[in-house]
Design a protein around this ligand. Structure first.
Ligand SMILES: Cc1ncc(COP(=O)(O)O)c(C=O)c1O
Length: 396
């Protein structure tokens, strides 16, 4: 179906942060398949784990125990705020399950009228019907019938608006600690703390969508750790499987215990193959020093991008983001998709985001030398894009 505007590039193989097309063109991958291939390409430990598991058993369904899933869940519980984990296959699915869990917890604790969730402008939570409503972007909702009820959207970072939106039907708040698709906008840590306090004050549940920023991308395993808060429930996907489809809902017991048999499920969720991939990813990310390395290279990249902004003040308005999810907000008339195409011409893959932002989401295994190389390529791409702008301007 014509759902995607695909670039005319077809990759044949990858190695670390590099990708090669069938005709031999080489690219530095600072998109990671939209913040997903967290260990880069052809990571030997991940590849071995998937191949070994595929040769044993791939899928059995949730009619049976799945030891790989039990192990992965126990490890995620040990490493996070959560008491329980539910595995699924994608970010939208994890978010759907998270909202169900929040509503169910309210219903089961004598507050069935509390089903509404406060979300934020600029959010992106996925493409299912309910997550489109949570996302609230009119462009995505148009033509798909009545908007699913139960989501109240307020401006990002505005505590007064949050408090005003809380009513007798409110169950909780859903937020990305760093908005990804919406334009790589981090929530202030103070705002996240205030949301936690407000949820406690009103007896609401705090749900975090860490699909894009989670699993080490911020430099900590979970981005909310920077704020020193804990959610009641959280979604993960993308990097959690390192490129193999895997999603998860992580929750505290007071939420998780209400999703009893028959209330939620999925055929593929947590199958042995996906969980073997998830365990291999965790082996790498939780290895001593790995996340410190992510933080170090991220700070290095940040400094290089700020220097790039200083070299191109007429093209770059702002550098923003957190960890290895960084955004270059461009100044019009330069538009992000043109800058992205110019980067491709220089051999660098990036991803466009909302608000005219060019997004960098490299694999977490990049070196400082690769970060420098990416910024050099961006420098050239910006010069190229600027040169392309000049004749267009002259023709006006
Ligand atoms: C924050 C966030 N939530 C949810 C999703 C949806 O994930 P998926 O595309 O795996 O359904 C995305 C995808 O970009 C995302 O960035």
């Amino acid at each position: 179906m014509p759902t995607y505007n695909r670039a005319d590039l077809a990759f044949e193989r990858g190695e670390g942060a590099r990708l090669w097309t069938a005709d031999g063109r080489r690219f530095l991958d600072f998109g990671s398949g939209i913040a997903t291939s967290s260990l880069g390409h052809n990571h030997p430990h991940l590849v071995r784990a998937i191949c070994d598991q595929a040769a044993k058993v791939m899928h059995v369904s949730n009619l049976y125990r799945v030891p790989e899933a039990e192990r992965l869940a126990a490890r995620h519980v040990a490493a996070s705020f959560a008491d329980s984990v539910f595995f699924c296959n994608s970010g939208a699915e994890a978010n759907e399950g998270m909202i169900k869990a929040m509503r169910k917890a309210m219903a089961e604790t004598g507050r069935p009228e509390r089903f509404r969730i406060i979300t934020f402008e600029g959010a992106f939570h996925g493409r299912t019907l309910a997550m489109l409503a949570a996302t609230g972007n009119p462009k995505y909702l148009e033509g798909f019938g009545p908007r699913v009820d139960g989501f109240d959207q307020v401006p990002f970072g505005n505590m007064n608006a949050v408090r005003d939106a809380i009513g007798p039907a409110t169950a909780g708040i859903l937020i990305e600690p760093v908005q990804g698709e919406g334009g790589v906008r981090p929530a202030e840590l103070r705002f996240l703390r205030e949301l936690r306090a407000t949820c406690d004050e009103f007896g609401l549940l705090l749900g975090l969508d860490e699909v894009q920023i989670g699993m080490g991308r911020s430099g900590k395993l979970w981005a909310h750790q920077w704020a020193g808060i804990e959610p009641d429930v959280m979604s993960s996907a993308k990097g959690i499987g390192g490129g193999f489809p895997l999603g998860a809902i992580l929750a505290k017991e007071h939420v998780a215990k209400h999703l009893k048999p028959g209330t939620h499920g999925t055929t593929y969720g947590g199958n042995p193959l996906a969980c073997a991939a998830g365990n291999a990813v965790l082996d790498v990310i939780l290895a001593p020093g790995f996340l410190d390395g992510v933080d170090r290279v991220a700070r290095h990249l940040w400094r290089a991008l700020v220097a790039l902004k200083d070299r191109h003040p007429e093209l770059i308005e702002d550098v923003r983001g957190a960890g290895l999810l960084l955004g270059i907000k461009l100044r019009e008339p330069l538009v992000n998709t043109d800058a992205q195409a110019a980067a491709v011409a220089e051999g660098l893959l990036t991803v466009a985001a909302g608000m005219n932002v060019l997004r960098l989401a490299p694999p977490l295994i990049i070196t400082e030398a690769e970060a420098d190389e990416a910024v050099d390529l961006l420098d050239r791409a910006l010069r190229r894009a600027k040169a392309a702008l000049a004749p267009a301007k002259a023709a006006e």
